[in-house]
Design a binder for this molecule. Structure first.
Ligand code: DON
Length: 564
């Protein structure tokens, strides 16, 4: 009852929570006067800035940063994967690019099921059948050709040099490479490139990757989709039991899509449309939360956590049922974001007691696989902004490493629903909307997002984290605009996550007090504080009121903001 009266009392203070705040706190992250790149690796952020200083804009820097991540961050940075980019030009024009992988033409709905109709373990996550047709090169060339200012070979030169001359392995990276070494060998044989033992401080030089990038710099994206690179890639798949074909590569195209745009209090949020669930699901959650006085409830108060969890529960239930590739399924976007629909979704919520997702026991949440996607945020000196999330899906994707080309392939096929109701590696269950079909894009949670306030660019944000991407972006936005945190502080703050099924609330370990935990348990919430769980790795930029930029580089990784 206490909560209900608190809520009613706050409702009586007119206008007390109708606008966001988010400018009073002093920045704790890097502050730059003109431009900034925040990414998972310092080398990649530096190369992005170098390209900006050479006269390139945010789209040139995108190409450079994305490829530099492929060199220095092979867990997720990629040529063999895909991604999404949301942009906002300095003059306010917005848009987004979908370069998500597609199911190969030879893929079939039941390709991961045995003769009894059961999902065959690991087939969609590891090895030759796990990969979708890569979209990354199509994406970065499409964006750069449309908006960039430099020639691709100028943009890619520092990346080629980096691949040839090498980069230094960090402590976190050495540990990750060590943890995956046996599986690289198991999938690719004993002489595979990453089968060597790398220690922190070692320099990794990648001549095969440098050669691939050099050919691409010279000949453009056709080198990847139709040229020698395509030939080697297809041959690797066709001779090792894979199904990616020449036709798959030739047919692949990145697609410009209208972003999902919605207001939240006095903000305008611009995020990714399907085939990513990011924008719609973020929109549903924020619109369900909007009527509540979040900032008055207190950051990480049990009421705040409850509200987010209950809105997340309802939004993920819709996500899993309705969303898929818009080129294959009809998505009721307007209805899903309709304020009266969302109000009705929350009508059975009570602060007294947890809602129940379904009759499913916990235990299906498989966070053991270390997950690796990567996000980077860029603002150039003219004020153009790009927000990009790119991935191989799991750490090092399918673990298939094409030795001659020097890169890993994705295991994005696992983002499809292999069988209705059976959870994928993020514990997400899907339905027909996200079933496998030839040439279809698998549903994503990637949420590259841009926030406008009073008609001006205010924040560029995104993160890896599989199903936790949406809730990490959500909390970062709320931290800044409801709780007045600076960008770095908002990124650092502990996070929690709920996704409808399994019916668990996932907390970052040791980051939340026992009082909160006990309050939530007493209301019937099932909590999970697993050891290996990292909830997102957010890289973001916010505009300060004095026109400068503050970076938020996630300390959970080696992430770094670089600016000038
Ligand atoms: O598209 C998706 O939603 C997933 N493939 C993203 C994977 C991911 O974020 C893993 N990294 N932490």
């Amino acid at each position: 009852m206490r909560y209900r009266s608190l809520f009613l009392c706050l409702l009586l203070i007119p206008g007390s929570f109708l606008t966001s705040k988010g400018q009073s706190s002093s920045p704790k992250g890097l502050v730059a006067d003109h431009a900034m790149v925040v990414s998972a690796r310092e080398e990649a952020s530096k190369i992005g800035i170098e390209i900006l200083k050479q006269g390139g804009n945010a789209f040139d820097a995108m190409m450079a940063t994305e490829m530099a991540l492929a060199v220095t961050f092979p867990f997720a940075g990629n040529l063999g994967g895909g991604g999404f980019m949301v942009y906002r030009m300095a003059d306010g024009r917005i848009g987004s690019l979908d370069y998500r992988e597609k199911a190969p033409l030879a893929a079939t709905k039941d390709m991961y099921l045995d003769k009894d109709g059961n999902v065959i373990p690991n087939l969609s996550t590891q090895g030759m059948l796990a990969s979708g047709v890569p979209g990354t090169l199509a994406g970065i060339f499409e964006a750069q050709a449309k908006f960039g200012k430099l020639k691709p070979n100028q943009v890619l030169q520092p990346v080629i040099d980096l691949a040839r001359n090498g980069y230094v392995v960090s402590k976190k990276q050495a540990e990750s490479l060590r943890n995956h070494r046996q599986i690289f060998i198991q999938v690719n044989g004993p002489n595979t490139f990453f089968g060597k033992e790398f220690q922190a401080g070692d320099t990794i030089k990648q001549p095969a990757l440098a050669n691939t990038l050099e050919r691409i710099a010279k000949k453009g994206k056709n080198e990847f989709y139709k040229g020698e690179t395509a030939k080697i890639l297809v041959n690797h798949f066709q001779t090792n039991g894979g199904i990616i074909s020449k036709k798959d590569l030739i047919q692949y195209k990145a697609v410009w899509r209208d972003p999902i745009v919605f207001p939240y209090r006095d903000l305008k949020i611009i995020s990714m449309a399907p085939p990513s669930s990011g924008g719609i699901t973020l929109g549903q959650i924020l619109k369900m939360l909007e009527p509540y006085p979040l900032s008055k409830l207190g950051h990480h108060s049990s009421e705040y956590v409850q509200l987010l969890v209950e809105a997340e529960r309802r939004a993920y239930a819709d996500r899993n049922h309705y969303l898929g590739d818009p080129d294959f399924v009809k998505i009721p976007t307007n209805q899903l974001l309709d304020p009266s629909y969302l109000k009705s979704r929350m009508s059975n919520f009570s602060f007294e007691k947890a809602s129940k997702s379904a009759d499913i026991a916990h235990g299906d949440l498989s966070f053991e696989e270390s997950m690796e996607t990567t996000h980077y945020s860029i603002v150039d000196a003219d004020g153009n902004a790009v927000s990009v999330t790119t991935t191989l899906n799991g750490a090092y994707g399918s673990k298939v490493f094409v030795e001659e080309l020097g890169f890993f392939m994705n295991n994005e096929m696992d983002d499809f629903s292999a069988k209705a109701g059976v959870p994928n590696m993020f514990g997400l269950v899907g339905t027909e909307a996200n079933s496998i079909a030839p040439g279809k894009r698998m549903l994503s949670s990637m949420t590259p997002t841009i926030v406008e306030k009073e008609g001006k660019l205010s924040m560029v944000v995104g993160t890896p984290g599989g199903s936790t991407i949406i809730t990490s972006v959500l909390q970062t936005i709320l931290n800044v605009y409801e709780f007045d945190m600076g960008m770095q502080e908002a990124v650092n703050a502990p996070r929690f996550h709920h996704q409808w099924l399994p019916d668990l609330v996932n907390f970052e370990p040791k980051a939340f007090g026992t009082t909160l935990v006990n309050q939530l348990k007493s209301k019937g919430y099932l909590l999970y504080e697993g050891n290996s769980t990292i909830i997102g790795k957010v890289d973001a930029i916010r505009l300060l009121s004095n026109g400068k930029l503050e970076g938020g580089a996630d300390p959970r990784g080696d992430d770094k903001a670089v600016g000038y």
